[in-house]
Design a protein around this ligand. Structure first.
Ligand code: GDP
Ligand code: MG
Length: 360
């Protein structure tokens, strides 16, 4: 199951550049606003040191990481929520993603036009946020109108939803995104059908030039902190160029510069964290593989991610720890040492579990 992320930001912030770095898929990158006429989709593997360690124990098997889906969303400008630029299309594209990567331009370059003339990080961020808020305002007001009559007739559920919407609309009018309005899980469930934009989790991506962090990226980090959101600083263009190199050359480059890895890998990991999902691993069969599940998933439902049958045919799950596998080198030795936990239907899968499902 792939999770989807949308790259959102002003024109020329570097969305397509980062999209390319993430997916090495070659979306069009040009120094003109609106070069991206349609949202492009790509898939990025999730770099995972634990999967690498497990694979090292079974090098003959194929390594299959989990993936995220990334959407390069077409140009947002001031007024998009009123239909300016590519307004409505872009907003529909955001509706379809689970979380937002808000790309903020933090590089100076005379040859790359800034839609507002020059960089002003806070203003640039607020333009994007305002458009999303305005769109939600429209969506929620529309729903309120449709509910008003039922609510007046005294229909209980309609009344409840109506007053919820009234409260949320008030918040949005004061500039508070839905994600910061302390919604209960039940309230979120009620809004699900509307898929409001400001309820989606956000990660800020400060796109800096080749020199790395600067005063702009520092400000993005500060603003992210004010919002209770994360921030990843990324040398978008450099990383795009690196991601296009063959793996060996890339490693060489990273070694030369004393870098541990690409920032794009950190971006993927942080993005993944936004969704409160966890990863478990399997190595039975020809693949060593990572799987994504929501935190709190029970063993039979985790099995169903591998094969829908596994839920009904579930007998038990043998749970191994990666550290133990590394120490004992084989499943057999682990078994003899009594290091395999046999878990039943109620077992809640933990992040990092290595699992062998026994099915009927
Ligand atoms: N100088 C410089 N240019 C960049 C950097 N990142 C992206 N660009 C350029 O900025 C322009 C717009 O980037 P693009 O990714 O298309 O922006 P988008 O409109 O947000 O998709 C392109 O010409 C990129 O090559 C950077 O770090 N430094
Ligand atoms: Mg673009």
């Amino acid at each position: 199951m792939s999770r989807t992320f949308g790259l959102v930001g002003l024109p020329n912030a570097g969305k397509s550049t980062i999209f390319n770095a993430l997916t090495a898929a070659g979306a069009r990158v040009e120094p003109y606003p609106f070069s991206t006429l349609q949202a492009q989709k790509g898939v990025a593997p999730v770099p995972d040191p634990r999967l690498d360690r497990l694979h090292a124990l079974f090098p003959e098997k194929k390594k299959v990481p989990t993936t995220i889906e990334v959407v390069d969303i077409a140009g947002l400008v001031e007024g998009a929520s009123r239909g300016e630029g590519l307004g409505n299309q872009f907003l529909a594209d955001i509706r379809a993603v689970e979380a937002i990567l808000h790309v903020v331009r933090c590089f100076e370059d005379q040859d790359v036009a800034h839609p507002m003339g020059e960089i002003d990080v806070r203003r640039d961020i607020e333009i994007v946020e305002t458009e999303l808020l305005l769109k939600d305002l429209e969506t929620l007001e529309g729903r309120k109108e449709r509910l008003a009559k039922l609510a007046r007739l005294g229909e209980k559920e309609a009344k409840e939803e109506f007053s919820l919407l009234e409260r949320l609309v008030e918040g949005i009018k004061r500039g508070i995104p839905l994600r910061s309005q302390n919604l209960s899980p039940e309230e979120k469930e009620k809004l699900k059908g509307l898929s409001p934009l400001t309820l989606k989790p956000v990660l800020f991506v400060a796109n800096v030039g080749d020199e790395g962090e600067n005063k702009y990226s520092e400000e993005v980090a500060k603003i992210a902190q004010e919002r209770g959101a994360g921030c990843v600083v990324i040398r978008g263009r450099l990383e795009m160029e690196l991601s296009e190199l063959p793996e060996e050359e890339r490693r060489e480059f990273l070694r030369e510069y004393g870098l541990e890895g690409l920032a794009i890998e950190r971006l993927v990991r942080e993005a993944y964290r936004l969704l409160s999902v966890i990863t478990f691993y399997t190595f039975v069969g020809p693949e060593v593989r990572a799987w994504t599940i929501p935190a709190g998933t029970k063993a039979p439902d985790a099995g169903a991610v591998i094969h829908t049958d596994f839920r009904d045919r579930f007998v038990l799950a043998e749970i191994m720890r990666l550290e133990d596998l590394e120490a004992f080198r084989s499943e057999k030795a682990l078994r003899e040492a009594g290091k395999i936990v046999r878990a039943g239907r109620d077992y809640v899968v933990q992040d990092g579990d290595v699992i062998h499902f026994i099915v009927a």
